[in-house]
Write a protein that binds this ligand. Structure first.
Ligand SMILES: [Zn+2]
Length: 110
């Protein structure tokens, strides 16, 4: 819920700056390794946005694939889930470099 409120704050601030009467679409990027469930986020966003400038806006969530730096391999490897071993060498010396973030990509306003 706090996350959805954070998103809504940015959306409303952006809408205000642009003099928007209504926000129709909110597009987010959600990392595959973040601990956020898109269904839950979508549900919470609808609930907190209700009655405001972004009420009824469509929340579109694009998944960013996860990636990690594998030390034994010396290269960047794809990572589906946190806690998975390196898909190349099976090792665990991984440093996540992408996929934990959530970012507001754009909003469409009316
Ligand atoms: Zn590896």
């Amino acid at each position: 819920m706090a996350l959805a409120e954070g998103v809504l704050e940015i959306v409303e601030e952006t809408a205000r700056r642009n003099g928007a009467a209504r926000v129709t679409v909110v597009r987010l990027e959600l990392g595959a390794l973040s601990h956020v469930e898109r269904e839950a986020l979508s549900f919470c966003f609808d609930a907190v946005a209700k009655g405001g400038v972004a009420g009824g806006a469509v929340l579109e969530i694009d998944a960013t694939p996860g990636a990690a730096w594998c030390m034994p391999c010396g290269e960047r490897v794809p990572l589906e889930r946190l806690g998975d071993p390196c898909p190349r060498c099976g090792g665990w010396q991984l440093a996540v470099v992408q996929g934990e973030e959530m970012r507001l990509k754009e909003i469409e306003i009316a």
